[in-house]
Write a protein of this length. Structure first.
Length: 366
């Protein structure tokens, strides 16, 4: 993924990481600096010199990566992440540097690193060979009353062979993450209802969605409903599938994007409810959402959505802001998933803020 996860940006594209750094890909060398040796007196004295902190994580497991070498070539600076994956780059003059990240057993990252202010960011490294991504899947589902269709809160759902147990939430939903692929038994229990045990097949690297119906009396029950779709663990770690299950936004996976045969990224947004594109096809074509169009009717100027790329703000929306020129941000072949929130009421908490009144678009890169 790009920026916060793994980076595959085109050479002409740059972006802000939490308003702190802007990254493109290239190569560098280094020498050692100890983070604890940063002079405290530097803080607040010279705004042209800043300290930036970072964290290196495994994109598959989410665990910190220790011993990762982070280098800035122009000033021969090299730091190494600690046991918590943390590192810092001290006393940097504002400007652009060549950045390199190396860790044994992980794909390397190289890029242009633009320093504009002090702050912090996170890097996610992809293990060499995929990190076992194909060996695991996920199971998610809902438990309902067979007669009424009512969601059953507090139902106990177990994978006996894995000794994993969870309980359904208010909406009757449950989930298991990082489930070994293969045939598993799914046991569902709820007070006052008959217990049922079903077999499910979890293909490697796929998300299995099940619908479990329970009956008060021990009667013959229909088989559980099972849907299987390819699962990207990188999207799962970012909460993509949880938000899809719990919000009313528009979600598109890689398979759905490919099925639209897009030439440009803006082509993906054609015929989506509450979404329209304006301008000519290509780099001058932009996307505006329902809430932005509604606000524009009552005030002069544009009201473009806020656009995120791998969790980082690329374009800040709001009244007076331009619409989203998505073709300039990412190509269709680079996209793993898209989230579209056409009105403020549908925007999840982590994406609310300045500009979200005109809607939000979130891109996740491959």
């Amino acid at each position: 993924m790009i920026g916060d996860t793994a980076w595959m940006l085109p050479d002409t594209l740059s972006m802000y990481l939490e308003g702190i750094v802007r990254i493109q890909l290239r190569m560098v060398l280094s020498s050692v600096v100890i983070c604890s040796a940063i002079p405290l007196a530097l803080a607040g004295q010279d705004t042209t010199r800043v300290t930036i902190e970072g964290t290196v994580l495994n994109v598959v497991t989410g665990q910190p990566v220790s011993g990762a070498e982070v280098s800035l070539g122009e000033i021969s600076l090299r730091v190494v992440s600690d046991a918590g994956g943390s590192f810092c780059l001290p006393d940097l003059v504002l400007g652009t540097y060549h950045l390199s990240i190396r860790a044994e057993g992980f794909e390397s990252i190289d890029g242009d690193f633009r320093v504009e202010r002090a702050g912090a960011f996170t890097l996610r490294l992809r293990p060499l060979g995929g990190g076992g991504e194909a060996e695991y899947g996920q199971v998610r589902g809902i438990v309902q009353d067979r007669e009424t269709g009512e969601a059953l809160e507090g139902a106990q759902v177990t994978l006996p062979s894995l000794s994993q147990t969870t309980f359904t939430g208010e909406d009757g939903r449950f989930s298991f993450r990082e489930v070994p692929s293969g045939i598993l038994l799914l046991k569902t229990e709820y007070l006052g209802y008959g217990t049922r045990t079903d077999s499910i097949m979890v293909p490697p690297g796929h998300l299995v969605t099940v619908g479990v119906e329970l009956a008060v009396a021990p009667i013959e029950l229909d088989p559980i409903r099972v849907e299987v779709e390819p699962l990207l663990l990188s999207l799962a770690l970012e909460g993509f599938y949880e938000r899809r299950a719990g919000t009313s936004g528009i979600f598109m996976t890689r398979d759905q994007i490919v099925a639209k045969h897009p030439t440009f990224t803006s082509d993906i947004f054609n015929n989506l409810p509450g979404v329209r594109t304006i301008g000519s096809i290509g780099l001058d074509r932009a996307v505006i959402l329902r809430s932005g169009a509604r606000l524009t009717l009552h005030a002069p100027g544009l009201c473009g959505p806020t656009v995120y790329l791998d969790g980082m703000v690329i374009e800040r929306g709001g009244p007076g802001s331009p619409s989203a020129f998505v073709d300039r941000i990412i190509r269709p072949d680079q996209i793993a998933g898209i989230e579209v929130y056409t009105s403020p009421a549908t925007v999840p908490l982590q994406y609310k803020g300045v500009g979200s009144d005109c809607g939000v678009i979130v891109f996740w890169s491959r």
